[in-house]
Design a binder for this molecule. Structure first.
Ligand code: SF4
Length: 389
């Protein structure tokens, strides 16, 4: 097994000012001294993994990382620099438009953060309220100006479609307005109904219906309009400007591409998952418990499991097919030790017969229709059987 340092680092910040109606991520409003305690625990966790990590990509997600105060950020950034964890080629921080300030933007940029991902979701204040978002349309413009002013040249905006009450026209205007912002990247997700969320409960109670045809029409509109505006789709929900003509656009999120291509990655913070040297594990999704473990000087693992090589190959086959470039056969063999065409030949044939997949000579990829059903396509490739350790 390779002893090279791990090149990818994810940090989960588990706080949000208010819980959105659709959200099943682990996060909660901060209370008491919980954020200070979390920051101290995170610094300890960074110290524990630092000897084996030299990240080329870093992603701070959540939760709402931009909710941390200037002095909390200073503490984390100082630790990252002290431990040799800063200086990644791509370092993304997720922000909420309501919590960006000029000082925070300047601090992050000067510490080496190179990319900001902004949770916008919609430009319609009524829909923002419907989703339980804390920001307004006006704050989106203000925060993007602050970020550009601080020197950020790589910005992403997250949007959401098929929101209950959202018409095709409203979505069409949202896409146009997002294009008008001039960001380098757009991530566009269909609303999903996760159990234990208010939106799911409202659906179950019959307060609205899901209109699959409308969702498909919205997705088609998105893909076509972005393609006509200089964006290249490189994954089901991800589109980036392209100025180099490479197989994966130059402004693609390299951190996420690494994940879909099966790169080892540390995951720090409550609820974060990681895959390192054949072991998949997850931290407890419980901030006080997470802090307690780190205060005792150990990582806060809920479980760790070793994946048999074929199970890992199946998982990677599913991840990689989310990308429009699919899996180059050679790369899949290099990454997993298995031949995609031999080991998964039956599944690839099934995908082709459904019109969901195609052999592109040196790679296998999903068709436009297949991308729409990528979760079901990916499920075909899975080979279970992990071993708890
Ligand atoms: S801001 Fe993001 S992480 Fe927080 S509740 Fe809303 S969707 Fe979830």
């Amino acid at each position: 097994m390779s002893s090279d340092p791990v090149r990818s680092l994810y940090v989960h910040v588990p706080f949000c000012a208010h819980k959105c109606e659709y959200c099943a991520f682990y996060s909660a409003p901060p209370g008491g001294d919980q954020v200070q305690r979390y920051v101290a625990a995170l610094v300890r966790e960074l110290e524990l993994i630092a000897p084996e990590c030299r990240p080329e990509t870093i992603f701070f997600g959540g939760g709402t990382p931009s909710l941390l105060t200037l002095s909390q950020w200073e503490r984390i950034l100082e630790a990252m620099h002290r431990l040799g964890l800063a200086g990644a080629a791509e370092w993304t921080v997720e922000c909420n438009p309501a919590t960006v300030s000029a000082d925070k933007a300047r601090l992050l940029r000067s510490a080496g953060v190179s990319r900001i991902s902004m949770g916008v979701q919609s430009f319609d204040d009524g829909l923002l309220e419907r989703l339980g978002r804390i920001h307004t349309r006006e704050q989106v413009y203000r925060s993007l100006d602050l970020l550009r002013g601080a020197g950020f040249t790589n910005l992403n905006v997250d949007l959401m479609f098929a929101i209950p009450g959202q018409t095709r026209d409203v979505w069409s205007r949202t896409v146009d307005e997002a294009l008008h912002l001039g960001t380098e990247h757009l991530s566009c997700y269909e609303v999903i109904y996760e159990e234990d969320t208010p939106l799911y409960e409202q659906l179950k109670a019959g307060q609205f219906d899901v209109d699959e045809d409308l969702a498909c029409a919205m997705y088609d509109l998105l893909v076509d309009r972005l393609a006509a505006s200089g964006f290249r789709q490189y994954e089901i929900a991800n589109f980036a400007r392209d100025d180099a003509g490479a197989a994966i656009p130059s402004r693609a999120c390299r951190h996420n591409v690494g994940y879909w291509r099966g790169r080892d990655s540390y995951g720090l913070g409550p609820s974060a998952s990681e895959y390192v040297r054949g072991l998949r594990s997850r931290n407890w999704a419980n901030t006080p418990l997470y802090c307690e473990h780190l205060e005792r000087g150990r990582r806060a693992k809920e479980f760790a499991e070793a994946l048999p090589p074929l199970a890992r190959a199946g998982e990677l086959a599913a991840f990689g097919l989310r990308m429009t470039s699919g899996w180059p056969y050679d790369e899949f063999r290099e990454r997993t030790g298995f031949d995609l065409r031999k080991e998964f030949g039956g599944e690839l044939a099934q995908l082709q017969s459904r019109g969901w997949g195609e052999d592109a000579g040196d790679s296998f990829r999903l068709t436009r229709q297949g991308l729409r059903f990528a979760d079901a396509a990916g499920a075909l490739m899975l080979r279970p059987e992990a071993t708890a350790v």
